[in-house]
Ligand binder design. Structure first.
Ligand SMILES: [Zn+2]
Length: 147
């Protein structure tokens, strides 16, 4: 983080090993914005209040040279939080038919290496690698091109 002369907030987890905690990161950015804008630092604010504070000042922050660092750190927090307690799971429905049962019930869940034939919609529940699925679709398309 580029502080531009501001002194970093001394977080509650400064003695910990590893990446900074969500509260500590939000406190650091809030502290920086308060220092630059002459605002009183909300010392007793929780995570939700800190996030709301940052959201209120994000337009101003967007014009600072450290906005890239801000975005990278907040983006990393978002990814970490989503990894700990996902609020959405992205499921891609594939158009090709299942190599096992020929139904169009294949899905790929974000982060998974396998393609699944969705048994909840009548599929066979089979698992296929992406490479196998791509080969299967290529073979189908070749057959359609010939006929
Ligand atoms: Zn199937």
């Amino acid at each position: 983080m580029i502080n531009d002369g501001a002194v970093a907030y001394r977080g509650d987890d400064d003695d910990q090993v590893g990446p900074p905690s969500i509260p500590s990161t939000l406190k650091n950015w809030t502290w920086l914005i308060c220092e630059h804008r002459g605002l009183v630092y909300p010392a007793t604010a929780g995570v939700a209040e800190l996030a709301a504070f940052l959201a209120r000042h994000v337009e101003w922050a967007a014009s600072r040279e450290w906005i890239v660092d801000f975005m990278e750190e907040i983006g990393a927090l978002r990814r970490a939080a989503h990894g700990l307690a996902p609020w959405t799971v992205h499921v891609q429905e594939l158009v090709g038919p299942c190599p096992g049962c020929d139904l169009r019930a294949l899905i790929r869940t974000a982060g998974e290496e396998w393609i699944e034939c969705d048994a909840t919609v009548g599929g066979c529940g089979g698992l296929w690698s992406l490479a196998y699925y791509n080969d299967h679709v290529s073979e189908i398309l070749k057959g359609k091109a010939i006929s």
